[in-house]
Design a protein around this ligand. Structure first.
Ligand code: KIV
Length: 313
């Protein structure tokens, strides 16, 4: 590994092209213990999704606590209509790329639909692949009380598990669409039971998606595990957003809870249009962007060409 000042060059394909200036102070490795400490000290926990090496590096170097390789990559990266089609192999491909980009953040891999619903044994085999082959430090699975045995099985096998309740996108067909959950007294009671059951089972954190702020606040106050909200209001212990929502790389109306922090779509479109125009008008590449022959080779080449021309006359 090459050392330039305090900067390590690990030899990745993008090393020469990307900023090598670390953003912010060096930090210690984030573990499941770190995020529990943060809850105890009421320090907000930050989480973003990332699905590839470049985004993973940017998110990690910006000092985000947790990187989630969410099954939302089914839509954001692979263009599927929903999360139901994405496979273990597709997820693993992205987890490996993100692993290569993440240094300090806690890396969580999302168990795709069908990879854990059959039985504990299959869940364990698939979760183990994420840890062994993908380098994930925790796995996430959707569902409440009904997942408790499965979660215990994984924790017994030394795999930290993140829970995920509320609007669980893998239950799309059962919910009849992406609808805010926990709006009736019965539904609130069930969500509380789910949260408490997962907390007792020992989840490393609990994602709360698409539920009223008031319900998320009650759950957060009730459980010891850190809650990470998305569309669950500001009273959770932390927040997560989908990377593509954050930077406007999605192609539809954003959900109410999304805040756009940048406009990568506009930036990329403008860059592509400028490139196209420059190629069409012969302005790219310039002489300065071209390779040139060494002077002695150039001289020798010119001599040969002159001789050939003279012989032709
Ligand atoms: O897949 C995903 O991105 C998620 C988060 C929205 C929590 O599950």
């Amino acid at each position: 590994m090459m050392q330039t000042g305090s900067i390590r060059l690990a030899g990745g394909a993008l090393e020469g092209e990307m900023s090598l200036t670390p953003i912010g102070e060096p930090r210690r490795k984030i573990t499941t213990a770190t995020i529990h400490e943060k809850k105890l000290h009421r320090e907000p926990i930050t989480c973003l999704t990332a699905y590839d090496y470049a985004a993973a590096r940017l998110v990690d170097e910006a000092g985000i606590d947790m990187v989630l390789v969410g099954d939302s990559l089914a839509m954001t990266m692979l263009g599927y209509e929903n999360t139901l089609s994405v496979t273990m192999d597709e997820m693993l491909h992205h987890v490996k790329a993100v692993r290569r980009g993440v240094k300090d953040a806690l890396l969580i891999a999302d168990m795709p639909y069908g990879s854990y619903q059959v039985d504990v044994k299959e869940a364990l085999l698939n979760a183990t692949r994420f840890v062994k082959e993908g380098g994930a430090e925790a796995v996430k699975m959707e569902g409440g009380e009904k997942r408790v045995d499965m979660i215990r099985g994984l924790i017994d096998a030394e795999i930290p598990v993140a829970g995920h309740i509320g609007l669980t996108p893998q239950s799309l067909n059962v919910m009849g669409g992406y609808k805010v959950q926990g709006k009736t007294l019965g539904a609130i009671e069930q969500l509380m039971r789910d949260a408490v059951a997962l907390d007792r089972a020992g989840v490393a954190c609990l994602y709360l998606e698409g539920i009223p702020r008031e319900v998320a606040a009650m759950i957060t106050a009730e459980v010891e595990t850190p809650t990470i909200g998305i569309g669950a209001g500001p009273d959770c212990d932390g927040q997560v957003l989908v990377f593509h929502d954050l930077v406007n790389l999605t192609f539809g109306q954003p959900a109410k809870f999304v805040r756009r922090y940048g406009d990568a779509k506009a930036l990329i479109t403008q860059s592509v249009l400028s490139y196209k125009a420059d190629v069409a008008s012969h302005q790219f590449p310039s002489d300065g962007e071209s390779y040139h022959l060494p002077k002695d080779t150039q001289g020798a080449l010119e001599t040969i060409l002159h001789r050939k021309q003279a012989m032709r006359r």
